[in-house]
Design a protein around this ligand. Structure first.
Ligand SMILES: Cc1cc2nc3c(=O)[nH]c(=O)nc-3n(C[C@H](O)[C@H](O)[C@H](O)COP(=O)(O)OP(=O)(O)OC[C@H]3O[C@@H](n4cnc5c(N)ncnc54)[C@H](O)[C@@H]3O)c2cc1C
Length: 390
């Protein structure tokens, strides 16, 4: 990556949209990921390495027995309860750690968990170029404006203590205004609520060890807690963390469990790509050029979507496609039956939102009519997961 440099906003393209009062800035390089896709790719990778992945399954409780746990789980689409044995438990339920605590018989958890909501707004991208902006608010917090797929931009985040249930977290008018304010104070054009295409909120579980005056003073680092329930059954809980450190966190968990997992081997994930990431020399542009040349009969935006979403697995999505008609029906925004069938088979997609928002972002670009049509297609092809019964 090139090093940090100073940007003259008065003369550089990055400054075109920025208010005149900001005459200089700093440029640096960073990486981005689609967190929902990162989760599914890790699940696929784990499955390839022998893990059993149970989506739409709820952890109900765990009881310690002589040398193992008995864990109760429930399939949320059928209601079926199942009990399974486990030697070790790892609780990675993040913001739900606190509400799940009572489900582990004999567990005494340390520390207080603060739930912090962060909201984002999505707007049509208003600047040219693939760069992002880091803006500083009057309260000295920073807010990012980052390119988002499909000609959009995402702006966030806010930070507020969440008091109600996690499931009800959603952007408040005050958070929306906070984000619009920072845009209006940094950019020449005027932003209002009507510019917002969509919004979403996330919840961070931050460990409060006392002594911090505000939310921003709480650590974003992860903390691992290992407890030996009944003096013999290991149980690890992860508090906090970042996407950027998830592989280090996972290796730290295995380190902690070393004595209990004598055959775990040595760490191997640092240099191993996730499914679809095995792009020769990490050179996406060269790989994409070749991929696009091999499928010249398809539109560039479709190829770009498949290449950036699935990496080398895009070849698998298009396996056997010789002609546009092989893609099947188009639901809108380059979303075809072919991709939907592949998602159902390879990426555990079952609910309409899995296809439209979690595995892809097609839902942002389909009209409500088109989304309904897609749902009908899903139901009539028996691909839809049954509705959640709760
Ligand atoms: C607003 C915001 C912005 C962020 N920005 C960044 C960033 O820029 N860079 C970065 O690196 N990190 C960022 N993070 C942090 C990052 O999102 C988290 O570190 C990451 O999502 C943690 O993933 P996780 O799988 O541990 O937890 P989660 O993603 O919270 O997943 C927990 C899962 O547990 C499940 N669960 C809970 N209870 C049960 C149960 N009883 N049975 C079954 N399942 C259950 C939930 O359904 C959920 O799917 C941000 C976080 C927020 C909130």
């Amino acid at each position: 990556m090139p090093s940090t440099d100073r940007v003259n906003l008065a003369s550089s393209p990055e400054g075109l949209e920025v208010r005149e009062r900001y005459s200089s800035g700093y440029g640096y390089w960073d990486v981005w990921t689609d967190d929902a896709r990162m989760v599914v790719l890790n699940a696929k990778d784990a499955r390839r390495n022998g893990a059993v992945i149970r989506t739409r399954t709820e952890f109900i409780g765990a009881e310690p027995h002589e040398d193992h746990w008995v864990v109760s789980i429930r399939d949320r689409t059928t209601g079926t309860l199942e009990r399974i044995r486990a030697r070790i438990l790892f609780d990675a339920t993040g913001p739900w750690l606190k509400s799940n605590s009572g489900k582990f018989t004999g567990l005494d958890r340390p520390g207080d968990l603060k739930l912090v909501q962060g909201s984002h707004i999505i707007l049509r991208k208003w600047w040219r170029g693939s760069h992002a902006y880091v803006l500083q608010h009057a309260d000295r917090r920073i807010v990012f404006a980052v390119p988002y797929p499909g000609g959009l931009a995402v702006v966030g985040t806010t930070e507020r203590h969440l008091e109600g249930p996690i499931e009800e977290a959603g952007i408040l008018p005050s958070e929306r205004d906070y984000l619009l304010d920072i845009l209006n104070s940094h950019f020449k054009r005027r932003f209002g609520p009507a510019d917002i295409v969509s919004s979403y909120s996330g919840v961070r579980p931050l460990l409060d060890r006392g002594g911090s005056k505000g939310l921003s003073g709480l650590t974003r680092d992860y903390h691992l807690d290992m407890t030996m329930v009944n003096d013999r059954l290991p149980m690890v809980s992860a508090y906090g963390g970042k996407l950027t450190t998830y592989r280090v966190l996972a290796e730290d968990v295995l380190d902690l469990l070393g004595l209990h997992l004598p055959n775990a081997g040595t760490p191997w994930t640092a240099g191993t790509p996730l499914p679809g990431g095995d792009i020769p020399h990490g050179d996406f542009n060269s790989w994409y050029g070749e991929f696009a040349r091999g499928h010249e009969f398809l539109d560039e935006p479709l190829l770009r979507h498949l290449g950036t979403t699935y990496g080398t697995e895009a070849l698998d999505v298009l396996d056997g496609v010789r002609d546009r008609s092989d893609l099947g029906r188009c639901f809108g925004n380059h979303f075809h039956e072919r991709e939907a069938l592949w998602l159902a088979e390879h990426e555990m997609a079952g609910f309409a939102d899995d296809f439209l928002f979690r595995r892809t972002k097609h839902g942002l670009f389909l009209s409500s009519e088109e989304r309904k049509d897609f749902e009908s297609w899903l139901n009539s092809n028996n691909l839809a997961a049954a509705q959640d019964i709760e």
